[in-house]
Design a protein around this ligand. Structure first.
Ligand code: M6R
Length: 614
């Protein structure tokens, strides 16, 4: 939801900013723009569409050299995605430029007030109001940082703001409330960005900014205060991945690279989980075993793919830890009256750690005194700071909008949590936990095996590129896998796709079945014989009505062969772990089908990677 970059230092600011925008384009690609402070003048260039349009404009009319600059890549909220609404926005005098991520909720009142006071606003955005408010403060004699602090005090909503002013050409000022912003510390240069990926090629030393803080960035230093100007405490950290992790590495798309990285990501997330005493250890947990023993209910909140990981977690938590578990879409959670107590463990799952819906659910849960555990992939993001404890997934940066390796590592994380709860609550013996960790440790090899056999899945996907609808069916943990398969196809191929619980078919959805409709069915392992046999019957029922059946089943499951128009075999694994191997063919299927339709799978239409607004 918008990518932001700021730079001050000895390199050409334009190059650093545009390079940063290229790495943040996954956050929004409706328009892009830069503002440079050069020779006491502001140079602003912005274009609707992807970054390539801005690059072209900059090549045709190169702006003057500058060592201070800001840049923005937009996911539109207020105002159509055109050149005028693209960021940066300047004030009336053309001396202040500002970029923004988030939504300023009181923008209408602010715009009206500014217009009444003689300002000319040229865009339809909420952001432009900030440029003019800064203008008033600067004209009244404030420096840019003071101006920003005062203006932030007038804003309602969520925002990351970054501004420059021609009067202070060596300064970039940033501010954040409920929206991400990190500082990169260089040698004689400093960076601001929505995500470390923007500056990872220059430095891996970063500073986490807290809520309601303002940062002053100069080439030789960084000053952080709260909105009142008091010095603020910050956390410095070192990013544990390098620039190669944020590059395509020879793949055509990040999504393809990220699918291929899954065995490694799963292995990394499992690394070092068994302590010297042979027990499962979750170091970052920060919630004591005694507190976990008091838990009498688990509630999982998440959105999108992370929600599907939560649905699978429910089966593992109930089975291994013997705890009741509810799963809720984070954006629905606080609008009903969830029954939460000090004995409720809320697990919030989010790859980015910045999904506003999930953060709001976490805040609601903490207000009700529930203990909150985050499952997150991004160090330095907001979620871990707002939770009582955190379990990091170690997927590395996920740049494609469609979640793949983050999903598999979220599954590993929730399996670990379920086993850990079982261990501390005594519902699982130590050897049972160790045996399951051993099986989990074998998953990277199984995933390699899956990836090696994806040729026929690609071929199948290409053959279905002209279809309009694909249905997905599953039972037990296969049901969320079906939903995940459908979500991937919707977001990448823009096709109608639905995931159903196979048992629900006869209660309505079977009416959708018509001649040659592709239906993907996730078959549980044969060891779950009752489930297995029921789904085999479901396959026969839909086939009898003309469906073209695409069956995902464990290797050696010959019982499904007569009813499968296409059979995709995956390695045999315990039922609860089957989502790890069964999801990968669905990712490959959606990616290949969308590519065959000519879509950019890294940047699907209307979407952005991190949904930082509600
Ligand atoms: O960063 P998060 O895990 O909180 O993101 C949640 C969803 O927005 C995300 O999983 C989304 O559904 C994916 N693009 C789906 O592939």
């Amino acid at each position: 939801m918008c990518g932001i970059v700021g730079y001050v230092g000895g390199q050409p600011a334009l190059d650093v900013v545009v390079e940063g925008l290229a790495r943040l384009e996954y956050r929004g690609y409706d328009s892009a723009g830069v503002a440079l402070v050069a020779g006491g003048e502001l140079a602003v260039e912005k274009r609707a569409g992807k970054l390539v349009n801005l690059r072209k404009a900059l090549d045709e009319a190169p702006p003057p050299a500058a060592s201070t600059g800001i840049g923005h890549t937009r996911w539109a909220t207020h105002g159509a995605p055109n050149d005028t609404n693209a960021h940066p926005h300047a004030d009336c005098s053309g001396t202040v430029a500002v970029i923004h991520n988030g939504i300023i909720e009181n923008f209408a009142a602010l715009r009206a007030e500014l217009a009444e006071n003689g300002h000319t606003l040229t865009s339809d955005t909420d952001t432009e109001a900030v440029a003019h408010l800064l203008e008033d403060e600067v004209k009244a004699g404030a420096g840019l940082a003071d101006a920003m602090r005062r203006v932030c005090g007038r804003l309602e909503g969520a925002f990351t703001l970054v501004a420059v002013h021609t009067g202070e050409p060596d300064l970039v000022v940033g501010a954040r409330r409920n929206s991400p912003l990190v500082v990169g510390r260089g040698d004689g240069e400093n960076f601001l960005a929505s995500d470390v990926a923007a500056f990872i090629a220059h430095t891996r030393d970063a500073i986490e900014l807290g809520q309601d803080q303002v940062v002053e960035l100069r080439a030789d230093g960084v000053v952080v205060t709260d909105f009142s100007g008091a010095p603020a405490d910050v956390t410095e950290y070192h990013v544990d991945w390098d620039v190669s992790a944020a590059e395509k590495g020879g793949f055509d798309y990040f999504m393809l690279k990220e699918i291929a990285e899954q065995p490694r990501a799963v292995a990394d997330t499992l690394l070092g989980r068994i302590g010297a005493d042979g027990r499962l250890t979750l170091d970052e947990m920060r919630i004591s075993d005694a507190q976990l023993r008091e838990i009498d209910k688990v509630v999982i909140v998440a959105c999108g793919t992370a929600y599907h990981a939560g649905l699978i977690a429910k089966y593992a938590i109930e089975h291994w830890a013997g705890l009741p578990c509810e799963v809720e879409l984070a954006h629905e959670f606080r609008y009903r009256d969830p029954i939460l107590t000090r004995s409720t463990l809320v697990i919030a799952i989010s790859q980015s750690g910045e999904t506003m819906d999930t953060l709001m659910a976490v805040r609601h849960a903490r207000e009700q005194r529930a203990r909150v555990l985050g499952v997150c992939n991004v160090n330095g993001s907001t979620l871990p700071r707002e939770c009582d404890g955190v379990l990091y997934t170690h997927a590395g940066p996920e740049i494609a909008v469609a979640s793949t390796k983050a999903f598999l590592t979220q599954l590993v994380a929730v399996y670990l949590i379920a086993l850990y709860l079982g261990q501390v609550r005594g519902t699982k013996f130590g050897d049972e936990v160790r045996d399951m960790i051993k099986v989990l440790s074998g998953m990277p090899d199984k995933l390699d095996q899956v990836l090696e056999t994806m040729g026929p899945v690609r071929e199948l996907a290409r053959s279905l590129a002209n279809e309009h609808c694909v249905l997905f069916l599953g039972r037990h943990v296969g049901f969320p896998v079906a939903m995940e398969g459908a979500l991937k196809l919707k977001e990448l191929a823009y096709m109608h796709a639905e995931g159903f619980a196979a048992g629900e078919l006869k209660h309505g959805p079977i009416a959708l079945i018509e001649q040659d409709l592709p239906v993907v069915v996730v078959v549980p392992p044969r060891a779950r014989d009752v489930l297995h046999d029921k789904i085999v019957s479901n396959i026969q029922e839909i086939r009898a009505r003309g469906a073209r059946t695409i069956v995902i089943a464990e290797e050696g499951d010959t019982s499904v062969e007569p009813y499968a128009d296409t059979l995709i075999s995956v390695p045999a694994v315990p039922t609860l772990l089957q989502p790890l191997v069964a999801t990968v063919p669905l990712q490959v299927f959606a990616c290949e089908l969308a590519t065959a339709k000519g879509h950019d799978v890294d940047q699907p239409r209307n979407l952005a990677k991190s949904v930082t607004v509600e």
